[in-house]
Design a binder for this molecule. Structure first.
Ligand SMILES: Cc1cc2nc3c(=O)[nH]c(=O)nc-3n(C[C@H](O)[C@H](O)[C@H](O)COP(=O)(O)OP(=O)(O)OC[C@H]3O[C@@H](n4cnc5c(N)ncnc54)[C@H](O)[C@@H]3O)c2cc1C
Ligand code: SF4
Length: 329
């Protein structure tokens, strides 16, 4: 049986109190739904003396239309995001990605904010302390080698957050609060290619809300996920697509892939090929083929997460095609 370590819990009621609370004890962490941080605590991947619980901070709940577009509070559960009618109508790709995170119980507890801020994953890292110790640990925690890239000096654990791919295709802006005030960061600028910590903000920056720009709402969207069991598993590969179609012509297209490397990866070269083609025409079919081929060249899965990486690679063009065609259904 894996036991929880001892820690103190603070329960702020406002964003200001949360930002203040996280600085009181060095190394503290926020806890939202706890579906990811709790297993990580049990595995001794994190050892904070204090957790700052976000479930009493009302300001970071709510889904509403704003002048900018759509605001989704970071503490909204994945179930709420998946079933919200505004999101289903205006951002179908995000509803689809949320619906495919984990299983129903974890989506009831897990939040969209926790999903964006999810730690990277690796089959050599997401293990018990005993398991990792017998292997000699690794760069991400307690060790000095990488088991994925022999002799490697950089951690390549994979970004495995399903909703991040959909939010990238929607060019979401993320609102953070910290002791210095509040900032907004475009989601594609949030990431860095470092599996140890793949975000440019720190663990003490509070994600308050996700803002989706109006110009990209109400378009076609989908998320296709490769995984062993459709009921619960993390992605072995995840592809989000957004398509804007006017008079049967592809006006705009965006694709983003997760579960390959440390950061979600927008596939701009591949998606650009479809723009300007008429859906169903020979030109569209040729562009779709070329788009899948370029994506397969760009995406190189590593043996960092479970699943055969050659198989994951072979599935890239298949899942790109499925994601795009599913937008046209
Ligand atoms: C069996 C199992 C299967 C899973 N399958 C999937 C899957 O298929 N796809 C997937 O994407 N995830 C999966 N998860 C992971 C997890 O359930 C989800 O990612 C969930 O959305 C995490 O949200 P949470 O609220 O529970 O986050 P928490 O566990 O509470 O927090 C996760 C991290 O985010 C930080 N954090 C949380 N909220 C904020 C905030 N507002 N501001 C700043 N930092 C914050 C925490 O400090 C922590 O580091 C799975 C987990 C388990 C146990
Ligand atoms: S990629 Fe390498 S360093 Fe990173 S968690 Fe995996 S084994 Fe450790």
């Amino acid at each position: 049986m894996l036991r929880m370590p001892k820690f103190k819990v603070l329960n702020p009621a406002t964003v200001a109190e949360a930002v203040d609370a996280i600085q009181q004890v060095e190394g503290s962490r926020f806890i939202a739904g706890g579906t990811d941080i709790n297993p990580n605590l049990k595995h001794r991947l994190l050892e904070p003396e204090c957790l700052v619980a976000l479930n009493g901070v009302e300001e970071i709940f709510g889904i509403s239309q704003t002048e900018f577009g759509l605001r989704i509070g970071a503490m909204e559960s994945l179930t709420n995001v998946e079933t919200n009618t505004l999101i289903q109508q205006l951002a179908p790709g995000l509803a689809s990605a949320s619906r495919q995170v984990s299983g129903p119980q974890l989506r009831n507890m897990g939040t969209i904010g926790g999903n964006v801020m999810l730690d990277t994953r690796c089959k050599w890292y997401n293990q018990t302390y005993f398991w990792r110790k017998s292997l000699g640990f690794c760069l991400k925690k307690d060790g000095d080698v990488c088991h994925v890239i022999k002799g490697g000096s950089k951690c390549v654990a994979a970004a495995s957050n399903d909703t991040a791919a959909a939010l990238s295709t929607l060019q979401a802006e993320l609102e953070f609060a910290n002791a210095q005030g509040s900032t907004r960061i475009a989601i594609d600028k949030l990431w860095q290619a470092d599996g140890i910590w793949n975000k440019k903000v720190g663990p003490h920056d509070l994600l308050v809300a996700i803002h989706l720009p109006a110009a990209l709402l109400n378009q076609k969207g989908s998320y296709k996920k490769l995984r062993d069991r459709n009921s619960i598993d993390f992605p072995l590969l995840g592809i989000a697509a957004r398509l804007k179609i006017s008079d049967n012509i592809v006006d705009d297209c965006a694709l983003c892939v997760v579960a390959l490397q440390a950061r979600p990866w927008p596939l701009d070269k591949a998606s650009a090929l479809l723009i300007g083609t008429t859906v169903g025409s020979d030109a569209f079919n040729e562009a779709l083929k070329a788009c899948c081929a370029i994506a397969a060249k760009q995406c190189r899965p590593m043996p960092n997460i479970p699943g055969d990486h050659a198989y994951r690679h072979a599935m890239v063009p298949v899942f790109i095609r499925r994601a795009i065609l599913s937008c046209l259904d």
